[in-house]
Design a protein around this ligand. Structure first.
Ligand code: ADP
Ligand code: MG
Length: 458
């Protein structure tokens, strides 16, 4: 597997880059979507992270691995605990130097806090605010002021890649600056469980409890992970209550609202709901464009000579899904590719370089959606469109819908027929042909088709 990986990297980055940057990497492992490489120096880790981070993810993914991030660990500290190892974890270029995380600092001054390293890129400064995330951003900023606890817990939720982790790290960094006296602990729910199980196994539950009850701010990311894990949930519940009783701030994130986490005990759910619950909505076009522009800003220093054609960012903001991680990954790849081949970033290059991403994020239009829209448009009932009636009032919209299904979905004629009340494929073919003819002879039909297509693709 790794042989193929190295060959591919060599082909992509060229002999010189490969020798200088890729060869020194020593693959360690892939766990929970994080690929870890040992690197001889921090400098190499940083450079690779900036310039080849996304490429590494891309290559590993194309080899069938599930990788969201790459993590670089300076080799001689490989045996040290994760929190103290100088670590760069990245999917995209790092525009500032990696600062030591608060946990690193705490570690040297206080008892070991089993936190996770913070990503230096995830700050409030780099968080682009738009309508979909303005509430979450405002709430996060409020908590990060480190003033008296006003809502507890702060519960942030939203889909994958919408900025939950980014906001949590931003809170931790900000608190670190404003209130260095506070013990801030950030970790994922998974790490919480891992620590808990370890404490049970090593009979160190007292230490565990003491540790978690001594923090001033506890941040638990992706709390949905402990749903259905009963003893971990139980322990989490006690930790949670102990901290709330002491008026310590708790910040939680999850991929859905508290009430919708299956396998979570009711008493925990209601506890999670009793503070402030805010969600990160899927990104809209403006926010995506804003994020892309801010990324380009950051890349300017790294790739000073790159020319970016007009309309490319708008195109990407239109075409790429709401997940910001995907958006960033696409841009990173685009820049890396353009700089490697020394070409201008044109629309054409963009489409070539990102064809897989663009294809994957093409919005899937369903047969049902088309039927519903067309029925609405012609003001008939859905059941009449799908049903057996041959009245022209129903037959024509039915044919329009069949035509659109053929055009806008990847369904075959028999599959489309089946979804239209079990009609056979010749009926569908006939309908599609009929509309094709009418499209050029009947202005009204042509207009209907255009309107419907636009509404469906919006
Ligand atoms: P989540 O934890 O919700 O799955 P992350 O916080 O890991 O998502 O965000 C995914 C990526 O998108 C990160 O690189 C993050 O910096 C970036 N990102 C998300 N939202 C924004 C935003 N509003 N502005 C800038 N970057 C963002
Ligand atoms: Mg996250």
């Amino acid at each position: 597997q790794l042989g193929a990986f190295q060959r591919e990297m060599l082909e992509t980055v060229g002999q010189n880059n490969y020798k200088a940057w890729i060869e020194p990497l020593e693959f360690a492992d892939i766990q929970d979507g994080v690929a870890t490489f040992n690197v001889p120096t921090n400098f190499i880790g940083n450079y690779v992270s900036q310039n080849f981070g996304d490429l590494l993810i891309h290559k590993l993914t194309s080899l069938g691995e599930t990788v969201q991030r790459v993590h670089f660990r300076v080799a001689n500290s490989a045996a040290a605990p994760r929190v103290t190892s100088p670590s760069i974890e990245t999917a995209a270029p790092v525009s500032e130097t990696v600062r030591p995380s608060p946990q690193t600092r705490l570690e040297t001054s206080k008892a070991e806090l089993p936190g996770a390293p913070l990503d230096a890129r995830f700050t409030f400064d780099s968080f682009v605010v738009g309508k979909p995330n303005e509430l979450a951003n405002a709430a996060a900023r409020r908590v990060a002021e480190g003033g008296p606890v006003s809502f507890n817990p702060l519960f942030l939720y939203g889909g994958v890649g919408l900025g939950k982790t980014h906001l949590m790290h931003a809170i931790a960094w900000e608190l670190q600056n404003r209130r260095p006296d506070l013990n801030v602990l950030y970790l994922s729910a998974e790490q919480f469980m891992y620590r808990f199980v370890q404490a049970l196994r090593d009979r160190k539950m007292m230490d565990f409890k003491e540790l978690f009850r001594s923090v001033d701010v506890l941040m638990v990311d992706d709390v949905q992970f402990i749903a259905g894990k009963d003893s971990t949930q139980e322990e989490f519940f006690h930790t949670f209550n102990a901290l709330v009783d002491q008026n310590k701030q708790i910040i939680i994130s999850a991929d859905r609202a508290p009430g919708e986490i299956k396998g979570m005990e009711d008493r925990i759910r209601s506890r999670l709901q009793c503070g402030l619950v805010v969600d990160l909505h899927p990104t809209d076009y403006e926010l995506r464009l804003g994020i892309l522009q801010s990324k380009v800003e950051q890349y300017r220093s790294q790739y000073p000579d790159l020319v970016l054609a007009d309309g490319v960012l708008e195109f990407l903001a239109h075409r790429i899904s709401t997940n910001v991680r995907v958006l960033e990954g696409a841009l990173t790849r685009l820049f890396a590719f353009a700089s490697l081949v020394g070409r201008e970033i044109t629309m054409e290059l963009t489409q070539d370089c990102l064809s897989d991403v663009l294809r994957a994020s093409e919005r899937k239009i369903s047969v049902e959606e088309i039927q519903r829209r067309v029925a609405e448009h012609y003001n008939i009932r859905l059941s009449d469109m799908i049903g057996p009636k041959r009245l022209r009032n129903f037959a024509r919209p039915r044919q329009v819908a069949m035509f659109l299904c053929k055009q806008l979905t990847s369904r075959s004629l028999p599959e489309i027929g089946r979804r239209f009340g079990g009609r056979d494929h010749t009926t569908v073919m006939h309908g599609v042909r009929r509309i094709e003819e009418l499209r050029s002879s009947d202005g009204q039909i042509a207009e209907d088709l255009e309107l419907l297509r636009r509404a469906l693709e919006a």
